[in-house]
Design a protein around this ligand. Structure first.
Ligand SMILES: Cc1cc2nc3c(=O)[nH]c(=O)nc-3n(C[C@H](O)[C@H](O)[C@H](O)COP(=O)(O)OP(=O)(O)OC[C@H]3O[C@@H](n4cnc5c(N)ncnc54)[C@H](O)[C@@H]3O)c2cc1C
Length: 621
């Protein structure tokens, strides 16, 4: 059965326009599909189920509720829940991104093992290997590239593995003579960062370097490299990994750290998820907390293209002089309508110091009131320990909505009642955990369907005086196409030596070390899925947006060259992805892949070793 008739047969023909055309492959090796005679018998599945204490079940696509009976109360409730990342994460048949125009659309596995421990994972790995199945691994389910779902596959789902153990003095196994004990936390592979932060920071008064989005999975993020708001100071999540327990393709449960299986350990630190084995837990370094975390947010609207161009030029110089250090992370957005938006976070400064840092830029803007209108400027701090304390945010909302000057939130200029909107959204399902919350800024990406997404590291050399004009020109030119986001926390240049040393010892593209920021350009639409009336992806709009995104990033490439892209926040169609994601680290990663998974049991789109496979990971020529 060819791919088209197969999709038609399973009622998924609606997906065809959204998926890329694949070249024909003369298969000499084919993984097994349910329609094949070699598909495991019911008795074989029963044996797997028994070996994982019954935690094996068939998977469906919950989205079909919207199609079957769109006006029902159930469908309405589902449509609402589809905007809740905790609900989406609880569905074995859903992913946080629902698809990408001309690339992929989420599809359920045939069966899932809801793993509870490394033994369950090993049983599933052995079963997949012995029965020649396509295997897929899902933790937080946030892959933009669709690497945690695949039709006709067996899913290892780690959602329920979220045990957390704090250590005062952790030494990686086998490193007793080589490393000093240090504070650390062990996190089950299915832990999401909100759970990790609540244990490490809210309760433990320490800092663990994870991601910005609260619902991203720990194992997926660390294997991506992993940037959080304060990575400029603390390094990447991978750079803070001390140890991982991992089930390799041979079904062995291995410890990987600087002393045991150090090659595998290095590959897990940024070499990409779903590629080298299934991680069952990770232990990450804990650091001291600063007194405050803080935010600076405002928008400036320029009255003309020239004024906007000048503003960008001034900001580039200002950034170089005042913000290019380990205090400042997160984002500036450059929009095509000549709006410049700052949403930056800082650590290690108090509100007065942070205000002082911004003063020269705001003074410069204030000199030209006809050229620039400035929105409300908010610069303030909160106790660092309360950053992920959901109860604290709930208790302080009235204060945030009606702040007093010089209270814990300081304001640069006038104070208005609506300056600070509530920043968190909550899981409102009955019985939901009290800590189930997410930043409003991440809400737009829950169940979204991507139109286009690209990233590019911007070398710090562009901040040198004689390059600033070129950079400003390129940023202005790129902003003519669509919004350019500068993520300063995703470039390590300007960070302290220990953070840089930690990241240097990971598989992440070394371009990150010399970059002052990662530029991200992306677009998509809210909950959408092919074949569901009223929720169809806008394919034409999507393709146009993808073209704009590409042209936009090309303006930046003209001054950066091919620096590289962040593996987990990048283009599904990335050309030369091996070089773009891993640079000079790729040959070493490819060798480690061969050593631990010579038959390619673990396959993900554009993952290490995936060039040997068909695009869907089923056939090997
Ligand atoms: C809304 C949103 C916000 C984001 N914010 C950030 C951010 O602030 N910083 C940042 O660096 N990145 C960010 N990302 C990217 C994110 O870090 C990566 O997509 C990451 O891989 C997601 O991990 P996950 O477990 O949630 O996703 P999944 O889709 O479950 O997994 C991602 C990949 O890792 C594999 N994987 C998952 N668990 C395991 C395991 N236990 N063992 C082996 N392989 C596994 C999967 O097979 C898949 O290939 C964001 C993504 C989204 C959608």
């Amino acid at each position: 059965m060819d791919r088209r008739s197969f999709l038609t047969a399973i009622g998924s023909a609606a997906l065809l326009p959204y998926l890329p055309q694949r070249s024909k492959i003369n298969a000499s090796f084919r993984r097994c599909r349910p329609s094949d005679a070699s598909w495991p018998t019911q008795a074989a599945w029963k044996r797997l189920s028994d070996s994982v204490q019954g935690n094996l079940f068939p998977v469906d696509l919950p989205l079909s509720t919207l199609k079957a009976n769109p006006d029902s109360a159930e469908a309405k409730r589902f449509a609402k829940d589809l905007r809740n990342p905790f609900f989406v994460g609880d569905q074995p048949g859903l992913t946080q991104t629902l698809g990408w125009v001309d690339a992929w659309a989420t599809q359920p596995s045939v069966f899932a093992v809801a793993a509870r421990n490394a033994q369950d994972i090993a049983a599933a790995v052995n079963f997949a290997r012995e029965n020649n199945l396509r295997l897929v691994v899902k933790g937080g389910g946030h892959s933009y590239q669709g690497t945690s779902n695949a039709p006709d596959s067996l899913l290892i789902w780690t959602r329920h593995m979220h045990d957390i153990t704090m250590h005062d003095a952790f030494v990686p196994r086998g490193c007793e003579h080589a490393m000093q004990p240090q504070p650390a936390v062990t996190l089950g592979a299915g832990t999401i960062w909100m759970q990790a932060y609540q244990a490490a920071t809210t309760q433990g008064a320490k800092y663990a370097q994870g991601g910005g989005c609260t619902t991203v999975g720990v194992a997926g993020l660390i294997q991506s490299g992993g940037f959080g708001s304060h990575s400029k100071h603390y390094g990447t999540a991978a750079g803070n990994l001390l140890e991982a327990e991992v089930v390799t393709a041979d079904g062995q449960i291995r410890v990987a750290n600087a002393c045991a299986n150090p090659d595998l350990f290095w590959a897990l630190k940024g070499g990409g998820g779903g590629t080298f084995g299934v991680v069952s837990n990770v232990t990450v370094r804990l650091r001291g907390l600063p007194e405050f975390f803080g935010a600076a947010t405002f928008t400036i609207k320029a009255a003309s293209d020239d004024a906007y161009h000048n503003l960008i030029r001034e900001f580039v110089n200002f950034y170089r002089e005042h913000l290019f250090n380990d205090h400042w992370g997160e984002q500036a957005h450059l929009k095509p309508d000549n709006t410049f938006e700052i949403n930056m976070l800082f650590q290690g400064l108090d509100a007065e110091q942070a205000k002082k840092a911004w003063q020269p830029f705001l003074d410069w803007v204030a000199l030209s009131p006809k050229s620039y209108s400035v929105g409300r400027v908010v610069i303030g701090t909160l106790p660092a320990q309360r950053m992920w304390d959901v109860q604290w945010w709930k208790d302080h909302w009235p204060e945030l909505a009606f702040p007093k000057t010089n209270s814990f939130i300081g304001f640069f200029d006038h104070v208005l009642a609506d300056v600070l909107q509530p920043v968190l959204d909550f899981d409102d399902r009955p019985g939901a955990g009290p800590g189930n919350a997410w930043w409003k800024g991440d809400g737009g990406q829950v169940a979204w369907f991507i139109w286009g997404y690209e990233s590019l590291w911007l070398p710090a050399s562009l901040l040198e005086s004689d390059s600033q004009q070129r950079l400003a020109d390129a940023l202005f030119a790129s902003s003519r196409y669509t919004t350019v986001e500068l993520h300063f926390n995703k470039g390590l240049a300007g960070g302290p030596r220990d953070a840089i040393a930690g990241v240097k010892d990971t598989a992440t593209n070394p371009a990150v070390l010399d970059a002052f920021a990662l530029a991200i350009v992306a677009d998509g639409q809210g909950p959408a899925y092919p074949g569901i009336p009223g929720h169809e992806p806008f394919v034409t709009d999507g393709r146009e947006a993808a073209t704009r995104i590409h042209k936009c990033v090309d303006q930046l490439r003209a001054v950066t060259g091919q620096t590289g892209a962040y593996v987990s926040e990048s283009n599904y169609f990335e050309k030369g992805w091996q070089q773009a994601y891993w640079g000079s680290n790729y040959p070493r990663l490819a060798k480690i892949k061969k050593k631990y998974d010579s038959d390619g049991l673990f396959f993900v789109h554009n993952g290490v070793g995936s060039e040997e496979w068909s695009a869907d990971g089923f056939t090997k020529p």
